[in-house]
Design a protein around this ligand. Structure first.
Ligand code: GDP
Ligand code: IMO
Ligand code: MG
Length: 422
């Protein structure tokens, strides 16, 4: 199994890259997260954002797996499937998506709780996507949640109602304006009926059999290293394991079966939601990059925060994931700048220098290295040899610092806008 992972705070361009390389695989498998993801794919000038559907869906011969480590919101999933069919009427998702029996449900009350916790002064505001992700995962850890496979059990309806009533009561205490419990419960059960057209199965067995039969699997990560529940910038993280190790546990595949680990990073950094961001740009340049790079959340539409590339954080992400190949995106967005900066290390308050970090202390001062910028019309570059020297120098610098090769350079949002560097 090969794996594609985000190395920063998400939205690095995983969807685009997976859409492209999934044609080389038999299976694409999402291993973590839920509808908080937004993986954009552009095809024939049209754009779609996938939340739960794996990004190999456009390859007719690829089986797409929604794995055990994910949390599935049937209401959002139904909308996504219907939207996909409008986008491309030739796709038959019921035939080539299978869902793990052990994936957990996101219930409508999880979404209400997410909104409540984000808005209540009694809780730390994370800036979540309000998809009920933390609430579904925390119920899973509490062993109070329902799994997709539970829908076959005779007491499914009662159990859902019991959990939803309990959670609804908790929020209703706060005198909030809420949709009626009956309405959201009905909507949930309708969406569960819709889900029954899909093959809900022990995906671990399907995946491991496929590997024994010599088939190839691409693990699709959502979110990214710095949003990982253990290794990210806690508490401003998501609630799942976004790492290569998360791919193994989320899919039930042994670490011995991992081959290439593609880490995706932008040539700069972005972040949506709250949390530390040492290289953040608050000036006009940050705004220019936001507009040129169309840095508005694929999922929520929120403006993304912008900053220079953060090497200490990137080195940490490469280290914990064992990344073997770097895929760099969005260097085209920086084109035209006279100079670009990279944070090479942090200086801590006591003068200590840190060159690898997963903590990014709030008070750390980012030390920037300025490099010559590049200027090119990326729409006409078809060969790595046509890239401007300044960008080649930038890539060589990253390779030296990270000790891994940059094997792909994405030069625009389009499917064909990518250069294979090695
Ligand atoms: P994901 O969550 O990692 O799949 O990334 P998103 O889809 O949320 O955000 C990446 C955005 O950048 C999308 O709008 C992509 O179409 C776009 N994109 C991807 N690669 C490139 C690139 O190399 N250059 C530019 N300009 N846009 C890109
Ligand atoms: P993809 O897969 C960017 C962020 C949210 C928030 C934090 C917690 O498209 O890269 P959550 O809803 O997960 O409880 O929110 O994580 N976040 C993402 N940021 N890309 C994503 O996914 C994200 N998924 C969650 O903005 O800061
Ligand atoms: Mg995204």
């Amino acid at each position: 199994m090969d794996i594609v992972l985000g190395l920063q705070w998400g939205d690095e361009g995983k969807g685009k890259f997976i859409d492209l390389i999934s044609e080389n695989y038999d299976i694409t498998a999402r291993f973590n997260g839920g509808s908080n993801a937004g993986h954009s794919i552009e095809r024939n000038g049209q754009r779609i954002t996938l939340k739960m559907i794996p990004s190999g869906i456009f390859m007719k011969n690829v089986l797409n797996v929604i794995g055990t480590g994910t949390v599935l919101d049937p209401i959002s999933f139904k909308k996504e499937i219907l939207n996909l069919k409008v986008f491309d009427g030739t796709i038959q998702p019921e035939k080539n998506i299978i869902i793990s029996r052990k994936a957990h449900f996101v219930l409508p009350t999880h979404k209400l709780l997410d909104v409540f916790m984000e808005e209540s002064p009694e809780y730390t505001t994370i800036g979540t996507t309000k998809n009920g992700i933390a609430q579904a995962y925390s119920n899973k850890i509490l062993r109070q949640n329902l799994r997709v496979g539970d829908l076959f059990s005779p007491d499914f309806k009662n159990r859902v109602e019991q959990v939803m009533e309990r959670e609804y009561r908790f929020i209703a205490r706060e005198n909030r304006e809420l949709p009626s419990l009956e309405a959201i419960t009905n909507e949930f059960f309708e969406a569960v009926e819709f889900l029954k057209q899909f093959n809900i199965t022990e995906t671990e067995i399907v995946l491991n059999k496929a590997l024994s039969d010599g088939k190839t699997i691409l693990g699709e990560g959502s979110q990214a290293a710095m949003l990982d529940i253990d290794h990210g910038t806690y508490p401003h993280v998501t609630s799942s394991s976004t790492t290569a190790a998360g791919a193994c546990s989320g899919l039930g595949i042994s670490p011995k079966k991992i081959g290439e680990i593609y880490g995706i990073a932008k040539a700069y950094c972005t972040r949506v939601g709250n949390g530390v961001f040492p290289t953040e740009l608050f000036d006009e340049l940050g705004n220019e990059i936001r507009i040129k790079g169309n840095e508005f959340g694929s999922n929520t539409g929120r403006p993304r925060r912008i900053g220079w590339l953060d090497l200490p954080a990137l080195k940490y992400a490469v280290m914990i994931n064992g990344v073997t190949q770097l895929v760099l995106t969005k260097a085209d967005v920086l084109s035209g700048l006279k100079s670009v900066a990279v944070c090479t290390h942090y200086e801590l308050e006591d003068g200590t220098i840190q060159s690898v970090s997963g903590i990014l202390p709030e008070t750390a001062k980012p030390i920037l290295k300025w490099m010559n910028g590049w200027d090119a019309d990326f729409s006409i570059i078809e060969e790595p040899t046509s890239l401007p020297q300044e960008l080649i120098d930038f890539l060589s610098f990253l390779e030296e610092e990270l000790e891994i090769p940059v094997t792909y350079l994405s030069t625009g949002p389009g499917r064909e806008q990518i250069l294979k560097m090695k």
